[in-house]
Design a protein around this ligand. Sequence first.
Ligand code: ADP
Length: 241
Amino acid sequence: AAPDAPLLQVGAITKTFGGFTALDNISVDIRKGERFGLIGPNGSGKTTLINCISGALRPQTGNVIFCGEDITQLPPHLRARRGIARSFQIPRPFKSMTVLENLMVGLDFAKVDSSLPEEDVAMSILTRMGLASKASAPTGTLSQVELRKMELARAMAVRPKLLISDEAMAGLSSSEVDEVLDLLISLGEEDITIIMIEHIMQAVMRFSERVMCLDAGKIIAIGAPAEVMGNKRVQEAYLGT
Ligand code: ADP
């Protein structure tokens, strides 16, 4: 691929369930390092689109190009190995295991090759995510915000090029939302591309360089956050729910 080629190219994807069209001819390019917000009312097709990108679903038509390679027919685990991470694809944490042990399970899952001992790799990820002091704490003792950070740490363990954050902020206080956002933004600064599905609009506004709004399987707006939020069709789509 050309150096300035998009990291991810979604090309004219249509996904139907029976006679119902969940995604209708969706095309979008996402550049390397971009922080991309995906919004839309319930049932608009956000999860279906993410499933087509991560491989949980295959579209009837269209294709998904990642790093210049057509991955449309690849199963999820092979997409994960190419660098697409979605936190809940990784087996759930065991409450009695420590934070460090949980992260090491994530490393095993991703079959991450490293010259460093696995524990050192896991510790360096925890440090980066602000969880180093919790390494030996049982996961069951973590607060909500610490759990969200651990989920992100587990996704980071697969060393993703593309991280999909699916409602990571739900149920957090506004200062905790800011904490998780700062973390996500710092990952973006390291050239990790992030797609964030989020219902908390202030979080979407603060996080995203670009926002795309779906409604009934179609793109109704895409562009700068303020522009998309101010869009009449976007406002109507949310009013209707
Ligand atoms: P969102 O994530 O924006 O809430 P979804 O992508 O989950 O929306 O769903 C879009 C539409 O597709 C909804 O109407 C939903 O009922 C439908 N849908 C999603 N998955 C399936 C499925 N496996 N079978 C039938 N319909 C589905």
